[in-house]
Write a protein that binds this ligand. Structure first.
Ligand SMILES: *[C@@H]1O[C@H](CO)[C@@H](O)[C@H](O)[C@H]1NC(C)=O
Ligand SMILES: *[C@@H]1O[C@H](CO)[C@@H](O)[C@H](O)[C@H]1NC(C)=O
Ligand SMILES: *[C@@H]1O[C@H](CO)[C@@H](O)[C@H](O)[C@H]1NC(C)=O
Ligand SMILES: *[C@@H]1O[C@H](CO)[C@@H](O)[C@H](O)[C@H]1NC(C)=O
Ligand SMILES: *[C@@H]1O[C@H](CO)[C@@H](O)[C@H](O)[C@H]1NC(C)=O
Ligand SMILES: *[C@@H]1O[C@H](CO)[C@@H](O)[C@H](O)[C@H]1NC(C)=O
Ligand SMILES: *[C@@H]1O[C@H](CO)[C@@H](O)[C@H](O)[C@H]1NC(C)=O
Length: 461
């Protein structure tokens, strides 16, 4: 008889519960009414509601609210709640009323109101919309075009923050590779609460073809400082000291530092991470006000040392600490490489070069002889042809002196007609004497007498 016994137990439990329920004064509250939602600026979403109808007069009304997924629970007496939300996704708020500030108090039924992202193809919206606040003086926002977009889409960026009366359009659009960007001036205000705010940005196109994209940039993060500057390097008690200056707009306590140290001769390269840029026991004549100081131990003063520094924001003042500034201009100290080495090099290099040139010239001369053998003296050939003819001055003068291979001149076959002076002819012939040579380049082919007879018929000169 197990089952009846169990059932009895169950009944007892249920009865017990019912009794307890009756005993507790759980008067359920009526729900809030007229819950509505609206958007101000670019991404300030405001929910408003009215008090419940028929609430107990003894109840001091409180409102319990949270966003979808039970995030950001809040109990407050106001009948509105706002939040900066990048409207790329649907956001819902649930609100209920209750009579105390106690969270575990039973609130009324929760009423929900949602806000949806703007209409349009989500694939057309730009992606990776992000902004960096450079030097606390200008904001650079960049993004990538969405997948479903025409390549000639003209983008516009709008921005708003609490110090502006209205939404402004960013004018300075630029492209950097695949990314598109826009930068606008944003200077840190004296108002200390400014840092607590955010900048709301929205990117859409002029034609309204793409879905707008939103981002909210908290001013306590995404800050990239300008690089610091090195003012002085010196050795003291065997340590290297680096004196520098913070980038404008930043205090030392808000920055973390890296000191890079290079020595090309000893091939040392290391990076020193520094939180507090201060040097104790430094004997320094002069004002160290506003100066940052680093001590680099283990440096050889006899060699050339190169130093540069960079900074990033730290957790004391900012929420993220990932954006390093560029490196400062490098500064060097110490002697350059051994001067005798340079002198030796200065002497040796010209000797080597001269030797190389001589070898090259000799080689070139040999090469020239191989490729272009010398032209045989055509005067000699002429002499042979005319036997005892010895007056060859005229001929010599007429002979070509163009060497083979002269650029621009193609010397393949040259017909040369030579006239011997009639008066000196041994045979006393009154007719002009002529000779025609076929001078192949290099004189390899023997002189040809072809056409000589014909030519000889014509008067010479
Ligand atoms: C809700 O809004 C309607 C119209 O705006 C108004 O008539 C009604 O009184 C409101 N309800 C409450 C409880 O304020
Ligand atoms: C409201 O409180 C008063 C006294 O504090 C009490 O007399 C009255 O019965 C209470 N009314 C209700 C509806 O609880
Ligand atoms: C809230 O209510 C619970 C029980 O309902 C009680 O134990 C707790 O003390 C209350 N807290 C406050 C702050 O009133
Ligand atoms: C950094 O900001 C300061 C003051 O806001 C300004 O004077 C300086 O020119 C800025 N530096 C650069 C590189 O823009
Ligand atoms: C920020 O924008 C300016 C102006 O368009 C540009 O010159 C600069 O290179 C940008 N800086 C970075 C880090 O992208
Ligand atoms: C973008 O602007 C250019 C020039 O202003 C224009 O020729 C082009 O058609 C525009 N693109 C779109 C998609 O409207
Ligand atoms: C120091 O050495 C590193 C590694 O060799 C190099 O990347 C860096 O550019 C050097 N820095 C300077 C200032 O020459």
């Amino acid at each position: 008889m197990e089952l009846p016994a169990r059932l009895c137990g169950l009944w007892a439990l249920l009865l017990c519960f019912a009794d307890g329920g009756d005993a507790a004064p759980t008067e359920t509250q009526p729900p809030v009414t007229n819950l509505s939602v609206s958007v101000e600026n670019l991404c300030t979403v405001i929910w408003t509601w009215n008090p419940p109808e028929g609430a107990s007069p003894n109840c001091s009304l409180w409102y319990f609210s949270h966003f979808g997924n039970k995030q950001d629970k809040k109990i407050a007496p106001e009948t509105h709640r706002s939040k900066e939300v990048p409207l790329n996704e649907r956001v819902c708020l649930q609100v209920g009323s209750q009579c105390s500030t106690n969270e575990s108090d039973n609130p009324s039924i929760l009423v929900e109101k949602c806000i949806s992202p703007p209409e349009g193809d989500p694939e057309s919206a730009v992606t990776e919309l992000q902004c960096i606040w450079h030097n606390l003086s200008y904001m650079n926002c960049t993004w990538l075009p969405g997948r479903n977009t025409r390549p000639d889409t003209n983008y516009t960026l709008y921005y708003w923050h609490s110090s502006l009366g209205k939404i402004l359009q960013c004018e300075d659009i630029y492209t950097a590779g695949q990314h598109i960007g826009c930068s606008f001036a944003l200077t840190k205000l004296k108002d200390s609460s400014f840092d607590q705010h955010s900048v709301q940005v929205m990117v859409k196109d002029n034609a309204g073809k793409i879905r707008p994209s939103f981002n909210i940039v908290p001013l306590t993060s995404h800050v990239q400082p300008d690089p610091p500057h090195i003012k002085n390097l010196f050795f003291q008690h065997g340590d290297l000291y680096v004196l520098g200056k913070n980038p404008q707009n930043f205090y030392s306590r808000c920055l973390s530092y890296e000191v890079e140290f290079n020595n090309s001769q000893t091939e040392t390269h290391y990076i020193l991470s520094v939180e507090e840029p201060k040097c104790d026991n430094l004997e320094f004549e002069g004002n160290l006000e506003g100066t940052i100081c680093f001590r680099v131990p283990g440096v050889f003063p006899d060699t050339l040392n190169t130093v540069r520094i960079r900074v990033k924001t730290n957790k004391f003042c900012y929420e993220d600490d990932k954006l390093w500034s560029n490196w400062s201009p490098a500064m060097s100290i110490g002697k350059k490489a051994n001067p005798t080495f340079y002198i030796t090099m200065l002497l040796i290099i010209p000797v080597i070069v001269a030797g190389a040139i001589i070898v090259l010239l000799l080689y070139l001369k040999r090469l020239k002889i191989i490729i272009f053998p010398p032209i045989p003296d055509p005067g000699k050939i002429f002499k042979e042809m005319f036997g005892d003819q010895n007056d060859d001055t005229l001929l010599q003068g007429a002979l070509p002196t163009i060497p083979c291979g002269t650029p621009g001149i193609k010397l393949t076959t040259l017909w040369l007609r030579a006239c011997a002076p009639t008066n000196s002819h041994p045979r006393g012939s009154s007719s002009a004497q002529g000779a025609v040579f076929n001078l192949s380049c290099g004189g390899r082919s023997p002189p040809s007498l072809a056409g000589l007879e014909e030519l000889n018929q014509q008067p010479c000169g």
